[in-house]
Design a protein around this ligand. Sequence first.
Ligand code: SAM
Ligand code: SF4
Ligand code: F3S
Length: 545
Amino acid sequence: MTSRALPILEALPAAPGVPRPAMPDPDPALAEFVTDDQVQPRFHLWTLGCQMNRSDAEEMAGALLAAGCREAAGLEDAELIVINTCAIREAAEQKVIGRMGALSRLKAANPGLRVVLTGCSVRADNTAILGRRYPAVDLFLRPDEEPELVARLGLLAPTAPAALAPAPSFAPVRASVAATADRLTTTRAAAVAAGSVARAAGPRAWLPIIYGCDKTCTYCIVPFSRGPERSRPWDDILAEASRLAEAGYAEVTLLGQNVNSWGHDLPADPRFAQVRNGRTLGRDLPLDGRPDIAELLRAIDAIRDPDGRPAIPWLRFITSHPWDLSERLIAAMAECASVCEHLHLPVQAGDDTVLRRMGRQYSVSAYLELVGQLRAAIPGIALTTDVIVGFCGETDAQFAATLDLLRTVRYDGVFAAAFSPRPGTPAARLPDDVPAETKRERLNALLALQEGISRERNAAWVGRTTEVLVEELRPARGHGHGDAEGEGGASDGGAPLTQLTGRNRENRLIHLPGDASLIGRRVAVTIERSGPYALVGRLADAGAS
Ligand code: SAM
Ligand code: SF4
Ligand code: F3S
């Protein structure tokens, strides 16, 4: 295979609201790069960050594969490296910055290699520094420009739809996102219709329903990276859900930074005339005939198999901002057979002053009221959360209030991190006055407390039988681990030890001995042991679906 340098097409910025031009005629000098019979580059996609990035990566990989590219065995093997970044904390950005030297060496050894950097580290407000920070990178694409990846690399066949034509490179994020308001939503629909989303192997699928975030959490970079909220249309989501059901996915997760506000920006629709209002944390929501996530869950749940069971057996959604968690949504969760008994409900802090400084829009007591409503409506629901420790001005007493909140709620899992100031966010202008050492101590104290709570909550599963969606086969780590996390399963007849891993509806990680034939199936598992991070069990019987 001949290696070749990819051209990078820069398009002139279009004025907001002006339709995008069709893909320009290829420059004759580049003709060799755009003909179909050329050998397309091998690519490697390196994705960091959250589920949203993983879902975006499936779309980018699909577009590259549809253009005739092949996946490289690894980074060293690739002619095109696409880095899908996360900017949520400084450490996530450093992971990529720290690889620049190695990438430059790879490029020196292979002058045809091209590096694209996309994801949340690429924003309109930091274009001036991107080149210096990421010297090995040839092309920067903001998240809303990702559908243009193939076109901007000149890999698009001349007959490809104009919807994928290049967009301006560095127009201001909010203006250009407004101009492309339905661009991500339409390119997603096109990719789904073409069957080109390269979904990760396994029984679970992502389904993005809303892009961007309208919240103003003062510490958070996401609204700057991903722009304002744009809901995907009802019919597109239902069409994608139906395809996933037909394809046999056992679990689908609806994705967005704040899925609870899905639909607020869609036009009113006579089909939803009965949807007049909702209520969240004491606030009335004027829905005015627009669909909301409660309607959406009910509609996806109503897609049935010939036996009348939900065609997507397990339905999840992430992430939920407490401010937008409506009574209608809680009722839909309780009433839809497919909606799993788990909710990730980020709290961030257990003190009202800190919450106010974070711009979170709720008080601790309002949050606890929601927890009470959820537990009353959905008995046994598992709750997980996110916490930031050491936010600007957080005192010992305020941190102690967060520990108290953990003791009160007794979450099933907590994702905690030390506050990391993000340039450009409102909190970056506040003094980052909790010393690094104190942040570390608080993080360790919080994780130790939660480990004890998780250990106790997991111990309550021992002896119970629970349905597990088996996801993957993992080589056992052998015996000798006291912790459930590392335990391998014994196998009969001296065959190599194998261990299957999956989750139940409450999203608990469960290991069980078994073979690959169970992957993708839902099986009844009796829990025998537990640790803070996982349960270990055995098949309860031969029955599996
Ligand atoms: N949209 C979700 C929500 O409402 O919480 C979460 C989005 S964010 C991708 C995931 C988590 O990262 C947040 O819940 C928060 O705990 C954490 N996070 C965001 N910005 C942070 C920062 N500057 N420093 C430390 N953690 C941060
Ligand atoms: Fe960030 Fe807040 Fe939006 Fe979540 S809701 S993405 S924490 S701004
Ligand atoms: Fe990171 Fe962007 Fe997700 S900042 S956590 S990849 S939305």
